[in-house]
Design a protein around this ligand. Structure first.
Ligand SMILES: [Zn+2]
Ligand SMILES: [Zn+2]
Length: 438
């Protein structure tokens, strides 16, 4: 197998300005320099001619192109526009009445860019190698999946299951139709070669070239999150009800099979309210700065954490975040927990409305202005106020993110302890195999 090419959708705009820094082939001609493409909603208009799509192919490896006014951080407080530079080919298509520029490049070059911007420059080589293998597996699985969807003419969307007293949703990437991944956080943040790549990342990618995680003949769905909380969560408790053997519950420690059944409420309570030993149970600043890109700004009590809301705060928050008026909040009852102690069903009892919600991301979105660290929490209610309602709700929790697959903080600790990347990967992806595809 040869190194595959990946198609990355960069942005969407009615008018696209770009600069070809060197010679590119397009149709039968060679062009370079500043270009503008616009659309009437159906065709692309470039140099006063109409096209259904345009393909600019670099004439050699040295040339690159700039895209102007690429929006980054979509829907984040730091959303802004910048000019970005890319290697590889540029394709322009019309989608939903706008032009989508697509960058087509080799998988390894793409990985160099995304891992350089995602990982801290101080990360250990073994941690970077583990990340390279995971990102490559995810990416190739994505390309495969898109091919299957396009071939079958299917449309994917977020899934939802609703009854009168229960609303269980899960969120996954919606799949793109005309390219493999987008350049935003929705898939993986990709900024081409706008910023220099990290030499350590280049080394990690080179050393693992073509290597992926496999489950028999299939590429692994190589998930990862910041901190599992001590035990891994299983896939089906976060997304669709499919069990993957390689995403099974294990202790994130030396003795992988030594852990309680956290689907049982008393066990989960004891686990969450204590600090059991685990790779990710660390406060080592040097290790944490390898994984947390903005270490200085981020809180470091993720292994066990606590949030308190007043009655007024929580009833307002739940109303705003869910779009439903529960009235005052009377109780938050744990209904079902996964293998890491994460709730995948939580009953919200209000004076106006009572509903059981899930899965973990829906719970985290409902109970926080942004995202609650995780859904592995227990609830402690304050004394009743004059109206007989709990005056406060304290959520005491464990872990950060969904907890499925590789635990980034645990993996960083393993790297620091001297484990190599294969040992790290096979610790988190149970009985998977590392294979070289090309
Ligand atoms: Zn995307
Ligand atoms: Zn962990």
């Amino acid at each position: 197998m040869e190194e595959p090419k990946i198609k990355v959708g960069i942005m969407s705009a009615a008018e696209v300005k770009f600069i070809l820094d060197g010679d590119f082939h397009v149709s039968d001609t060679t062009v370079s320099g500043s270009q503008v493409a616009t659309t009437d909603g159906k065709s692309i208009i470039w140099n006063n001619k109409e096209y259904t799509e345009l393909f600019f192919e670099p004439t050699n490896d040295e040339v690159s192109f700039w895209l102007e006014d690429v929006t980054i951080g979509v829907n984040f407080h730091w959303e802004r526009k910048e000019n970005q530079r890319f290697k590889g080919a540029l394709k322009l298509i019309v989608e939903n009445g706008k032009i989508t520029p697509i960058n087509i490049l080799g998988v390894e070059d793409y990985l160099l860019s995304v891992i350089s911007s995602e990982m801290s420059a101080t990360a250990s080589l073994e941690l970077l190698k583990a990340h390279a293998v995971i990102s490559r597996s995810w990416l190739l699985a994505q390309i495969d999946k898109n091919k299957r969807i396009v071939d079958a003419g299917e449309q994917y969307s977020a899934v939802e299951k609703t009854s009168d007293d229960e609303m269980i949703k899960w969120y996954d990437r919606e799949d793109h139709i005309n390219f493999d991944v987008c350049a935003d956080d929705h898939c993986q943040r990709y900024q081409g070669i706008t910023r220099a790549s990290t030499p350590e990342v280049a080394k990690a990618i080179e050393a693992t070239r073509g290597q992926v995680l496999m489950d028999g003949e299939n590429l692994c769905d190589a998930r990862f999150s910041k901190c599992c909380g001590g035990v891994y969560e299983e896939f089906e408790n976060c997304w669709e009800p499919i069990h993957y053997d390689y995403l099974a519950a294990r202790r994130d420690g030396e003795n992988e099979t030594d852990f309680p059944d956290l689907t049982i409420e008393e066990n989960a309570r004891e686990w969450i309210l204590t600090r059991p030993e685990a790779h990710c149970n660390t406060s080592d600043a040097e290790i944490l700065s390898q994984v947390l890109n903005n270490y200085d700004q981020e809180t470091t009590d993720f292994y066990r954490w606590e949030v308190t809301y007043t009655q007024e705060e929580i009833s307002k928050l739940v109303k705003e975040r869910s779009g439903m008026d529960y009235g005052n909040i009377v109780d938050l009852e744990p209904i079902a927990r996964g293998t890491s102690g994460r709730l995948y069903k939580l009953k919200i009892v209000g004076t106006n409305k009572t509903l059981t919600i899930g899965k973990e991301l829906e719970i985290r979105r409902t109970l926080s202005p942004s995202h609650l660290y995780s859904s592995a929490f227990v609830v402690e209610k304050g004394e009743n106020d004059a109206n007989g309602l709990p005056s406060t709700f304290t959520l005491k929790g464990a872990g950060w993110g969904h907890g499925v697959g590789l635990c980034q903080i645990g993996a960083a600790v393993m790297g620091a302890k001297g484990y190599n990347y294969k040992e790290i990967l096979l610790h988190y992806f149970v009985d998977a195999e590392i294979k070289e595809l090309y």
